[in-house]
Write a protein that binds this ligand. Structure first.
Ligand code: 5GP
Length: 320
């Protein structure tokens, strides 16, 4: 994790707010100027630190920061050293940073806003190759559907997004299944009986609904989604494949994200790992997984669930 800390609020030891005791103030600029300059310097440092956190947390792409820097060499982005910039990028530490700079032929003292034409183009090419930006939304709505094969970990990824991205509204589905221990009505699901589920369908309150695993019914309430989208918020639905197809039919501008396991073996492990099922059940689950995986071509994006936090951040970025 790069050091993105900001200096404490107090004045630096030698700042105008805390001048040295010695005399000789007459050789310095007027007190008011020095105070103002010092304030500006502290503010700029804070803004640079905030920008670095945005890159580290993938709120903005490194390419976006570089674009801002080049558009405004005098801005905090423009004043950022290329060394600070690179170490803000996840998975680049100081050693790697120095190797990259040497390889690209960029001096470590350079500031982003002061890069020459050749340096800009090699740095941009490096970033595009290492960290491709998601493709532009191209008229898509901020209604994002997360689906994938059974046991791939959609629920865990969604839970991570719920915990770390309050700006994204996670749709709460209605279901006819009973709550599991720890599940809260209205938070994880709206737990309803069959009669209430039928009523919701008849009243056209559900955007989509499906019977999942041939057992219980699940459906996405329309109202809260409409409200959130109207407020400009992103909405994430964690639903099954049948539901994802229905959402796409109802709203062709929706963004469909398919969560993939890191490997087939890993999915098999997650599906039948405990080995408590009989051969027939095991074979049935694997057949289902194969069919489910074959649906990925219908989706706009594929995200590999190799690490929950990483995959969750990738999905969150797709809602922007
Ligand atoms: P669980 O009962 O384990 O919470 O969820 C079972 C499955 O139902 C998961 O695959 C989940 O994605 C799916 N699911 C949850 N809510 C909905 C929904 O509103 N609509 C549809 N179609 N599937 C849902």
């Amino acid at each position: 994790m790069p050091d993105t800390s900001v200096p404490p609020d107090g004045p630096a030891p030698d700042s105008p707010e805390n001048p040295p005791r010695s005399s000789g103030a007459h050789t310095r600029p007027p007190e008011v100027d020095r105070v103002a300059a010092s304030r500006r310097a502290v503010a700029a440092r804070r803004e640079r630190a905030a920008l670095k956190r945005d890159v580290t947390m993938r709120v903005i792409s490194p390419q976006e920061l570089l674009r801002r820097a080049l558009a405004g060499p005098e801005t905090p982005a423009g004043a950022m050293r290329v060394t600070e910039f690179l170490t803000a990028i996840p998975a680049i530490g100081e050693g790697k940073r120095d190797r990259i700079l040497a390889q690209l032929g960029i001096s470590p003292v350079k500031r982003l806003g002061g890069l020459g034409a050749r340096q800009r183009s090699v740095l941009t090419a490096f970033l595009d190759e290492r960290l491709p930006e998601p493709r532009p939304r191209g008229g898509r709505s901020r209604l994002v559907v997360l689906a994938g094969p059974t046991a791939v970990g959609k629920g865990t990824v969604a839970a991570h997004i719920r915990a770390h991205h309050p700006e994204i509204m996670l749709s709460v589905s209605a279901t006819t299944r009973a709550p599991r221990p720890g599940e809260v009505d209205g938070e994880h699901y709206f737990f309803v009986d069959d009669a209430e589920f039928d009523r919701m369908i008849a009243a056209n309150e559900l955007l989509e609904h499906a019977t999942v695993h041939n057992r219980f019914r699940y459906g996405t309430p329309r109202g809260p989604i409409r409200t959130a989208l109207a407020q400009g918020r992103a909405v994430l639905l964690e639903i099954d494949l049948q539901g994802a197809r229905q959402v796409l039919a109802a709203d062709p501008a929706a963004t469909l994200v398919f969560l993939l396991p890191p490997s087939w073996d890993e999915l098999v492990q997650r599906l039948v790992g405990r080995g408590t099922e009989g051969d027939e059940e095991r074979a049935r689950r694997l057949r289902t997984a194969k069919v489910e995986l074959a649906a990925q071509g219908e989706f706009d994006y594929r995200v590999v669930n190799d690490d929950v936090a990483r995959a969750a951040e990738e999905v969150a970025a797709l809602t922007r």
